[in-house]
Design a protein around this ligand. Structure first.
Ligand SMILES: [Zn+2]
Ligand SMILES: [Zn+2]
Length: 478
């Protein structure tokens, strides 16, 4: 207890209560009071008596129970309104003055039932006020800081949005002078995007990351093809793309994430499809080693797409229908090679779906008959079975039916476009087409007179009736 403080309180208590001065009481009566009470000067004698009894402390504790004094609420209201109490036994932890207490229980918490054993530290009313004000100031500053930060973030966002709008507008306004499409994945993706745009008209094309299996089933390949199409001037980034798809580089340059932005075709959908069709015709009729290599790469890409689709179907079948794990990772390459073997050997993806369905069915039947065989072994056995079923089908030369994948299966978004492009580019070189066509030689060429010279051109085997009104467009792309 602060000596100075105690003396001051005692001196205050010794003075006679003058008009407009508070009534001072100290408890317990005697040598060493621990509680100092000040009662407002204009308090009625009844209230003064009540407040006195409320705070009356003996060396053993409170003289009266609160309920002996009247209704608890009335007592506490009167005490709060008419008196201020201080603990002489507990000093303010900041200035050493006696701490204030609002009621008896606050005193008990700080100094025990007789208010004589300090148990906790507290603050005097002045320091409490000061502390509260400081805390409020701190909170106000923190709130102001947060508002400032938010404004800064909003401004940065606004600036980024303005940069994006300016950039996308600039890109959109550059005229398109592309006469052909470079790259196989690019050709397929552009057709898929144009068909999507034709179905949805004014809406921007979706972000790659929002498609379940991407466009071709390989996000990295798709992202690369999308940027390449933008560089070729055939696609533009949509200005309404989410801001999270952009960032400013160290030197202030605007960068975009190809998988996250929305897209628009540079040309309208029909003109884009025409461009794809013309590119296909040019590739189909090109001669020389380079074009042959390019066509082989296209065929490999489309076969990969088909095989990935069949494997996705098989894995869905294993996990969803049978409750097995997907085909083991260690045998993925083997499974892929088997399916590619089937497709390049002449089976369609639909027929391969029938073959893997039979394989899974056989493996499941085998597991039924072998109690010791677990689900993982059944999945692995399915891979073996796919090879066996494929070889069987070939050996017996039995026709394999075409199965449609079930509706719940997500088909790679560009699979249909890939089939059309392959058909348009590679179709004219297929032996059966050449044999069935009456207009070309055994190698698929026909002769034409150009500037007085005989020139051999690759035939597209388009029936004469169609050729007159729809010059060179392959039927599927028209
Ligand atoms: Zn203080
Ligand atoms: Zn022909």
């Amino acid at each position: 207890m602060g000596k100075r403080a105690r003396r001051r309180r005692r001196e205050a208590a010794a003075k006679p209560a003058a008009a407009a001065k508070p009534t001072i009481l100290q408890f317990p009566h005697g040598e060493d009071p621990v509680l100092h009470v000040e009662i407002a000067p204009d308090t009625t004698p009844e209230d003064l008596a009540l407040v006195h009894r409320y705070w009356d402390l003996t060396t053993y504790g409170w003289r009266y129970k609160v309920r002996e004094l009247g209704s608890t609420l009335t007592v506490l209201n009167t005490v709060t309104a008419r008196s201020r109490a201080f603990l002489l036994s507990v000093e303010c932890s900041l200035c050493g003055e006696p701490v204030g207490i609002a009621n008896r229980s606050a005193g008990t918490v700080l100094a025990g039932p007789a208010l004589s054993e300090p148990r906790a530290t507290g603050l005097c009313p002045d320091c409490q006020d000061h502390h509260t004000a400081a805390k409020e100031q701190q909170q106000r500053l923190a709130a102001e800081h947060a508002v400032l930060e938010k404004q800064k973030a909003q401004e940065a966002e606004k600036e980024l949005r303005a940069r994006v709008t300016a950039w996308t507008t600039r890109e959109r306004e550059v005229p398109c002078d592309s006469r052909t499409v470079n790259g196989n994945a690019e050709l397929i993706l552009l057709l898929a995007l144009a068909e999507r745009a034709r179905a949805g008209r004014s809406k921007p094309l979706p972000a790659l990351s929002s498609l379940e299996n991407g466009w071709t089933g390989d996000l990295e390949r798709d992202a690369k093809a999308l940027s390449s199409l933008r560089e070729q001037g055939l696609l533009v980034v949509d200005s309404q793309s989410p801001l999270s798809a952009f960032q400013l580089g160290d030197s202030g340059g605007l960068m975009y994430v190809p998988a996250e932005v929305l897209w628009n075709l540079k040309l309208d959908p029909d003109a884009t499809i025409d461009l794809v069709a013309n590119t296909c015709v040019r590739r189909a009729t090109a001669t020389g080693q380079q074009s042959a290599t390019e066509i082989a790469a296209l065929a490999r890409l489309v076969t990969t797409l088909e095989a990935t689709h069949v494997i996705d179907y098989l894995n869905s079948l294993l996990t969803k229908k049978y409750g097995y794990p997907p085909a083991p990772e260690a045998r993925e390459v083997e499974l892929f090679d088997t399916i590619v073997d089937g497709i390049t050997g002449g089976y369609t993806a639909g027929q391969m779906i029938a073959i893997v369905w039979r394989a899974a069915d056989s493996a499941a039947g085998w597991k039924e008959r072998n109690a010791r065989m677990g689900p993982a072994e059944a999945s692995s056995a399915t891979v073996t079975m796919v090879r066996k079923k494929l070889d069987d089908a070939r050996e017996r030369r039995q026709p394999v039916p075409e199965y449609e994948p079930p509706r719940w299966m997500a088909v790679p978004a560009a699979l249909g476009a890939a089939r059309q492009v392959l058909e348009a580019v590679e179709g004219p070189r297929r032996r059966d087409r050449i044999m069935a066509c009456g207009q070309c030689d055994v190698n698929g060429f026909f002769s034409q007179e150009v500037d007085g010279r005989e020139v051999a051109s690759r035939c597209l085997h388009i029936p004469t009736a169609r050729r007159s009104d729809d010059d060179h467009l392959p039927a599927d792309l028209g």
